[in-house]
Design a protein around this ligand. Structure first.
Ligand SMILES: Nc1nc2c(ncn2[C@@H]2O[C@H](COP(=O)(O)OP(=O)(O)OP(=O)(O)O)[C@@H](O)[C@H]2O)c(=O)[nH]1
Ligand SMILES: [Mg+2]
Length: 441
């Protein structure tokens, strides 16, 4: 390097023109060479700079590339990590999914098993239900058949009942016609009763233990009318006394009963005759069937209504010429009922005594009038002659018998006197008949 760019100057003798020229030329050439060197240096510097720049750029580029590579590597790493994670997650998910799928499958199997069980159970229930329904259907059919059978029977029974009803209606018609005819005969005096034979009369007398020296009273009338109570009173007995005839609402006298009078002064025998309504014989046959024609006197006793039975007895008595007494019983009870109808309250202690007496008198009067009117009308309707009705109560009658002078008597005393008179008349007649017979002998 020293050669080209050396600035050393040679020591020479006094330059000639040629030398000057040559020196000038050499200086020009040296200036040129300096200039060229300068240019070359500039160029070199430029080259260096550009080289440096290039190097710098290359370095930047390299660094950039390295950064990019690092970033890329980083990215790759991240991606790899992501991939790893994704794979792991995928694995886990797969495992989970597999586990879940397994569990689901197990559960599904379980469910399926349960469902199968359920289906079997349901099928069993359905089968049972079907069997039950079938059994119920069969039962229903049998019941229906039985019902049809019953219906048939019921229809048959109904038809039979209707036929029987028709027959019964026919019988009732016939019976009614017979009854009407009998009643008509009774009313018009045509007696449906056949006259008893001598043997029948003897048998009837034996039955009632008839004695010529006694007077035989029969008390006839509806059940519960007070026949036994009246006989007890005639015999001086309370219903509750021993030896008295049985009485009461359920003590119906079903067979004729005989009660002798305890007092020998009055040789009477009383007969408690069961009511016609309690026996299954028509009213008009009742008189003969009971052998009532043997009695010396018949008391026809009624409590509420004077009936066709009473009329039948009276009619037959007329036919057999037996004296009769119509008696209405239980006057005390009937008067009490009328008092109640008039407004009397037996529970009211404050009831004025005078007021009570007045009411009693009014009711008594009303009862007596009604009774007499009713008997009169009934006898009239039956074409029977009018006849007195004796209105009595058993307690006052007992009082009269015992000579106690009871307060509330109505016809008790007269009835008793008339009955005794009847018996005495009869006795006198018999005595006279006996005397005549003795004389004739
Ligand atoms: N208050 C009142 N009650 C009476 C009277 N007479 C009878 N009674 C009652 O009426 C009911 C029937 O009397 P009974 O004497 O048994 O009558 P009956 O007619 O003999 O009855 P049967 O034998 O059933 O037909 C009894 O509870 C008697 O106490 C009366 O004069 N006054
Ligand atoms: Mg009686």
């Amino acid at each position: 390097m020293g050669g080209l760019f050396s600035r050393s100057r040679p020591e020479a003798p006094s330059p000639s023109l040629v030398d000057i020229k040559k020196r000038q030329e050499a200086e020009a050439a040296a200036a040129q060479a300096r200039k060229d060197a300068e240019d070359a240096r500039a160029q070199i510097a430029q080259l260096i700079q550009s080289n440096q720049e290039s190097q710098q750029k290359a370095m930047d580029a390299q660094q950039e590339a390295m950064r990019a590579a690092a970033a890329s590597q980083e990215q790759t790493h991240k991606e790899m990590m992501a991939m790893v994670q994704a794979e792991r997650a995928a694995n886990e998910a797969r495992i989970l999914a597999e586990t879940a799928a397994h569990a689901a499958s197990e559960e599904a199997k379980q469910r399926a098993a349960e469902a199968e069980e359920e289906r079997k159970r349901t099928a069993a229930i359905q089968e049972q239900a079907r069997k039950d329904a079938q059994a119920a259907q069969e039962r229903a059919e049998k019941l229906q058949e039985a019902a049809n059978e019953e219906k048939k029977k019921a229809t048959a029974a109904q038809e039979a009942a209707e036929a029987s009803k028709k027959m019964a209606e026919e019988e009732v018609k016939v019976a009614n016609a017979a009854k009407e005819e009998a009643e008509h005969k009774l009313k018009t005096g045509i007696q449906p009763v056949v006259t008893p034979t001598e043997e029948e009369v003897r048998a009837a007398k034996r039955k009632v233990q008839y004695r010529e020296d006694l007077f035989h009273f029969a008390v006839a009338g509806v059940a519960g009318g007070g026949k036994s109570s009246l006989i007890n009173a005639f015999r001086g007995l309370h219903n509750r006394d021993s030896g008295s005839a049985a009485t009461g609402v359920t003590e119906t006298t079903l067979a004729m009963a005989r009660y002798a009078n305890p007092n020998a002064e009055y040789p009477y025998v009383w007969y408690d005759v069961p009511g016609a309504g309690t026996l299954k014989i028509p009213d008009w046959q009742y008189f003969n069937a009971q052998g009532l024609y043997v009695f010396d006197c018949i008391i026809v006793l009624f409590d509420n209504r004077f009936t066709m039975t009473d009329i039948a007895i009276l009619t037959n008595c007329r036919r057999f010429k037996i004296p009769t007494y119509i008696v209405r019983s239980k006057a005390d009870q009937h008067i009490r009922n009328i008092m109640k109808d008039l407004g009397y309250d037996s529970d009211d202690d404050e009831e004025d005594e005078n007021q009570k007496k007045k009411l009693y008198q009014t009711a008594r009067q009303q009862f007596i009038q009604q009774t007499r009117r009713s008997v009169k009308d009934n006898l009239e309707n039956a074409n029977m002659p009018d006849q007195r009705v004796y209105i009595v109560s058993n307690e006052p009658m007992l009082g009269v018998i015992k000579e106690k002078r009871p307060k509330k008597v109505i016809d008790e005393i007269e009835l008793l006197n008339d009955l005794i008179g009847e018996a005495q008349t009869r006795r006198a007649r018999r005595d006279a008949e006996a005397a005549t017979a003795a004389k004739d002998k």
